[in-house]
Design a protein around this ligand. Structure first.
Ligand SMILES: [Zn+2]
Length: 783
């Protein structure tokens, strides 16, 4: 079967070059279309969003770490109120206590609560049909100034408000909600949703976040039934969002303020830029780290979508099911979710038709196609496994990578290496099988797998089915047409089929790497394999062994056939070597370490603790051995296991737990207690001994579920963030009349002040986790 290819252009070399050029251009345009627009200078017209203007707000907001309850947090809030007043608005501070939002795990140490102070203000509409909520959190993690997370969102809300108030009035109300205590427990958003009068009638939420310092502002989460909303989002000047991301995000255990709104039935869109995630929550999350183009992307889209929604009848937004949508150069393609299954079926039928027609045309045999189909699973399975191994090897070469939260500081070359790795796997598979099975059989088998995956995705992840279905459908239709066309026309139509795969899949690969990080490089490798399978007819065109050369010895032909695999493999090695040189740790890009200190006031002993999964060299001077549960002395950690090491006991004031009243109740006692920290702390916790049955609990005036259990001998408990100086009132109803044992703990963030702490050398930094740098003091009380 000498003509076992789908296309046979006469001037093969020329055709190959032309096709490559077209696909490279398409790939370039597709990737470019999802990159952020350039930052607009402060001299821009008043009704525009200027990233430079917003950035001056970023500088003020992110001057220092400002977790909920801190003095720095007070300063930021006062600045926000002042700035909004300056726009002619009447902001108010919602000062209340709230329990945690979202599905934050209550198992680790009990329910979270916080005293929150949200900044809320209304921009009234002219004839409002509902409310639009612009939401961002103004608190930061304790370990970093939050230059991106979420000074980006907060400054975007301020600059959007400035643009809105300097233009004409919108039809609908716009409510600005700058939340507090997002990092602690999503408590600010929860407080607004459950307690604020402006939230009572629901509405549409635009939540603005940043989990990194660069990259496109991706609209990655929606409320369910998003078709009409996505239609409004398509009016953004730079829409970057895919229904695939929404489906992935729904399966990840991540939460933002948006969760509280979504669970309360609000409609909405959640956007964030997520690349450059090595700075996430870390001291390196400074204003200087921010790519201002990303801020521009956030703002241009937020302002345009607010204006679009601001003019609509919001009562018509609900319904319409979930849409499929994805960006292509110049627009956001979208179609109803109802088309997912018909398209998946159509793709399958088209590939079957292509196989049948190709067989009739003598391009393949049933046996060859069946074999190619069976062996087609190999690259789909092998490439993701190799991508995971690749990261494992990198972390062996550079152990500091194991401690990074999502990605290295400069992961670009490693990402390209993973893409090259996936390409190498597919071209190697192609080179090995081409002579035996023929290029046509392999190409049809590749499209067949895409069509089958399209069906699998339609069932499991409907919003992501287009990634496999559309390339399969386009490739199969192009293949059918090519069978009946000649030469240039056949090549052109095959190129169009391949183009669809490149335009759809390449931007998704580019977005997926930062979303999941190098630790889940398998996902990027998998999508790259899908793209390569759709490109097999084109691969055949450029593959050297495809060229029948007279008198070329078989061994030499085989060597030539290995050339593309060799080139791709060399690219993997070159990118890896260059990546290791480029991405070195230094003072500006420190390796990340996690250290805590705990003083047990009962025994007067202290310990160092670390939550690192692989102990870093610097941390190993403090902790050793295997991780073990610490709930016995620190119930707030629940089932979490930590490495520990002995520490010198510091002189620290102990959290004060006093009995305010003790009254008899049916079958038990009602204890009113006051838990008051005696130093500046970020949170306090209280846990009741496991043997005591708690039948009701109210903390700071909020009733709590009593079913939680911390472990380590402790049962019901809670974590209260940003406690007022005078302390927190706790009312417990317990069964029985015996003594009640309680464990009180408070936590500050000054591990560097503890005796025996040695300053981190240059190049060693702090991991942005919610417990990094924590100093805990715990004491047991009995009443
Ligand atoms: Zn955030």
């Amino acid at each position: 079967m000498r003509d076992a290819a789908l296309i046979r252009p006469a001037r093969r070399g020329f055709a190959a070059l032309a096709v490559l050029a077209v696909l490279a251009l398409a790939g370039f345009a597709a990737v470019r279309s999802i990159l952020p627009p350039p930052a607009i200078p402060a001299s821009a017209p008043a009704d525009e969003f200027s990233a430079q203007r917003a950035f001056s707000e970023v500088r003020t907001i992110a001057a220092a770490p400002h977790p909920a309850g801190s003095a720095a947090n007070d300063r930021v809030r006062e600045h926000l109120v002042e700035t909004l007043r300056g726009l002619g608005l009447s902001p108010e501070v919602q000062d209340t206590v709230s329990t945690q939002g979202g599905q934050l795990s209550a198992s680790a140490g009990g329910t979270g609560l916080a005293r929150v102070r949200n900044v809320v203000t209304l921009i009234p509409g002219s004839a409002s049909t509902g409310r639009i909520f612009l939401v961002a959190h103004y608190d930061s993690a304790q370990t970093g100034p939050g230059g991106n997370d979420d000074a980006a969102g907060t400054s975007t809300v301020l600059e959007t408000a400035r643009a809105l108030t300097s233009g004409g009035r919108l039809r609908n109300d716009v409510v600005l909600v700058l939340t507090d205590a997002e990092e602690a427990c999503l408590c600010g958003a929860e407080a607004f949703v459950r307690q604020h009068p402006l939230a009572r009638d629901g509405g549409v939420v635009l939540n603005l976040e940043a989990r990194g310092s660069s990259g496109p502002a991706i609209m990655f989460e929606t409320s369910t039934g998003n078709a009409n909303l996505v239609g409004a989002y398509a009016h953004a000047p730079y829409p970057v969002g895919t229904s695939f991301a929404v489906e992935i995000y729904r399966r990840l255990p991540n939460d933002t303020d948006f969760t509280s709104f979504r669970e309360a039935g609000f409609l909405g869109l959640n956007s964030a830029y997520i690349d450059g995630a090595a700075v996430y929550h870390a001291p390196t999350d400074t204003p200087e780290a921010m790519d201002r183009d990303s801020l521009q992307h956030h703002g241009s889209n937020a302002l345009a979508v607010t204006r679009e929604l601001g003019g609509r009848d919001l009562s018509t937004l609900r319904g319409g099911g979930d849409a499929t949508y994805f960006p292509v150069p110049g627009l956001l393609v979208r179609y109803p979710g109802a088309l997912v299954w018909p398209l998946a079926g159509l793709a399958l039928i088209a590939v079957v038709a292509l196989g049948w027609l190709a067989r009739r045309k003598g391009r393949l045999t049933g046996r060859r196609l069946a074999l190619a189909g069976a062996l087609g699973l190999a690259p789909i399975a092998v490439a993701p496994v190799l991508a995971q191994l690749y990261w494992t090897v990198l972390t062996l070469i550079r152990p500091e990578y194991a401690a990074l939260p999502i990605d290295p500081y400069r992961p670009g070359l490693y990402r390209i290496a993973v893409i090259a790795l996936a390409v190498a796997v597919v071209v190697c598979w192609f080179a090995l099988l081409r002579r035996k099975l023929g290029a046509a059989a392999l190409a049809v088998a590749g499209l067949g797998w895409l069509a089958v995956l399209g069906v699998v995705l339609a069932a499991a992840v409907p919003g992501g089915a287009y990634l496999a279905t559309l390339p399969a459908l386009a490739g199969a239709l192009a293949g059918i047409a090519a069978l009946y066309l000649r030469d240039g026309a056949a090549t052109a139509v095959i190129t169009v089929g391949a183009l669809v795969a490149v335009v759809i899949l390449l931007p998704t690969v580019v977005m997926l790497f930062p979303a999941l990080g190098m630790g889940l490089g398998a996902a990027g490798a998998f999508l790259t394999v899908l793209m390569m399978l759709a490109l097999l007819p084109v691969v055949d065109l450029i593959h050297p062994s495809a060229e029948p050369v007279q008198g070329l010895p078989a061994a030499r032909a085989r060597r030539r056939g290995a050339l593309p695999t060799l080139v791709a493999s060399l690219a993997v090695l070159a990118c890896t070597a260059a990546g290791l040189v480029v991405d070195r740790f230094d003072a500006k890009h420190p390796a990340l370490t996690q250290l805590m200190y705990a003083l047990d006031a009962d025994t007067g002993t202290a310990e160092w603790l670390s939550a690192e999964t692989d102990t870093q060299k610097w941390t190993s001077q403090y902790v050793a051995g295997d991780p073990k549960p610490v709930a016995g002395i620190l119930p707030a950690f629940g089932a979490e296991e930590l490495r520990t090491g002995p520490a010198q006991a510091a002189t620290l004031p102990v959290p004060n737990l006093t009995l305010v009243s003790d009254t008899a109740a049916a079958g038990g006692r009602v204890l009113t207690l006051r838990l008051a920290p005696q130093r500046t702390v970020r949170f306090v916790t209280l846990h009741v001994a496991a043997g005591t049955e708690v039948s009701a609990a109210t903390v700071g005036g909020r009733p709590l579920p009593v079913t939680t259990s911390a472990g380590g001998g402790w049962g019901f408990g809670f974590v209260f963030h940003a406690p007022p100086a005078e302390g927190v009132e706790v009312v417990l109803t317990v069964r029985g009349t015996g003594p009640v044992k309680l464990r009180a703990m408070d936590a500050s963030d000054n591990v560097t002040e503890m005796p025996g702490f040695h300053a981190r050398p240059s190049g060693v930094g702090v991991l942005g986790s919610h417990s990094s740098e924590m100093v805990a003091v715990a004491k047991t009380y009995s009443f």
